[in-house]
Write a protein that binds this ligand. Structure first.
Ligand SMILES: [Zn+2]
Ligand SMILES: [Zn+2]
Length: 328
């Protein structure tokens, strides 16, 4: 089978011919139909995350059909279409796992980081961590739901019942969470790279009340802010835009350093928190909600061998919505 593999950080992925893997106990082998490209893949390719495996097949927004099942795997039938997210395995025994916070498990194994992911013709997954997918989405359209959608949803949930929500960085996650938040009757304010009028128009078309530059002042004080851009300098700006008692939620796995800022920005019981990974419960809840909220994903398709071009477009901010790889 063909796989796009990362052999060393800061090098382009290489198109390798490798043996198709065999499913072990509890695993399914998937024929990959589509795999989303996430900013985390860019952080992995750039060597910004510690602890991953090399060489690795990135990709943790996998839509595939079950081609074979390992011993004891019976949750899905051969031919079923399922999704594989970033959380590929957790221990099930530690305090975090037992408290329903498997996203924080110290021994968690992540797809496309510790385990080979979906930038390939075939991928293996532990069936317990896979999701059934709503039938209303095509393969390519479903892929971004599996990380951009899930993480956006977890970040939005952390904002509680906040009504006026600021979104910093309007890429794949934001374009999905904006539709969910609009469905829930919230008011959205989108902050983009200064001068990015394409992203600002995109945000308004998806129901945002206002869209402007990240250093602009929003027309209203925010109840909460969600940061999807990996830019630490946005944290003080977001705190300054948020009312007393409100929260600022950082949704990325990696962020540049946060500059020091006056305590007055945090004072007034504002809170600053991060979102780490996902739980299976998040996935189940979000994948039920997405079709109800009529979430539509804006996707750009790339043939699998063009994974480097997709990562390059993501790096340059040249995408509206999400890039998705399709095996050829
Ligand atoms: Zn991701
Ligand atoms: Zn655990």
């Amino acid at each position: 089978m063909k796989a796009m593999r990362l052999h060393a950080p800061r090098r382009a992925l290489e198109l390798d011919e490798v043996a198709a893997p065999e499913p072990g106990p509890g695993e399914v082998l998937l024929r990959v139909r589509a795999c989303g490209v996430c900013r985390t893949d860019l952080h992995i390719a750039d060597g910004e995350l510690e602890g991953g495996r090399l060489p690795i097949v990135p990709g943790h927004e996998i839509v595939g059909t079950v081609a074979a099942r390992g011993e004891g795997a019976g949750r899905f039938a051969e031919g079923d279409r399922i999704g594989v997210p970033w959380l590929g395995w957790s221990c099930g025994e530690c305090g975090h796992c037992r408290a329903g916070r498997e996203n924080l498990c110290d021994r968690a194994r992540f797809t496309g980081f510790h385990r080979d992911g979906g930038y390939a013709d075939y991928a293996l997954a532990d069936e317990r961590f896979c999701f059934a997918l709503p039938s209303t989405y095509g393969d390519v359209e479903a892929a971004p739901l599996l990380c951009a959608g899930l993480i956006g949803y977890r970040a939005l949930a952390m904002a509680g019942d906040a009504r006026r929500i600021g979104i910093y960085g309007f890429g794949a996650a934001a374009h999905i969470v904006a539709q969910v938040a609009a469905y829930q009757g919230r008011e959205l304010y989108a902050f983009t790279r200064p001068g990015d009028s394409v992203a600002q128009d995109f945000a308004r078309n998806l129901g945002c009340r206002w869209a402007g530059d990240s250093d602009a002042t929003a027309p209203e004080q925010l109840d909460a802010a969600l940061l999807f851009a990996p830019v630490g300098a946005l944290v003080p700006l977001a705190l300054a835009a948020t009312r007393k008692g409100g929260s600022v939620v950082c949704a990325g796995i990696h962020m540049s350093d946060i500059p020091s800022f006056p305590y007055a920005l945090l004072w007034g019981e504002r809170s600053l928190k991060s979102v780490a990974n996902l739980t299976r419960r998040d996935g189940e809840k979000f994948l039920r909600l997405a079709p109800l909220a009529r979430v539509r994903t804006e996707v750009r398709r790339y043939p699998l061998p063009e994974a480097n071009a997709a990562l390059g477009d993501l790096r340059r901010g040249a995408l509206s919505g999400a890039a998705v790889l399709v095996p050829v």
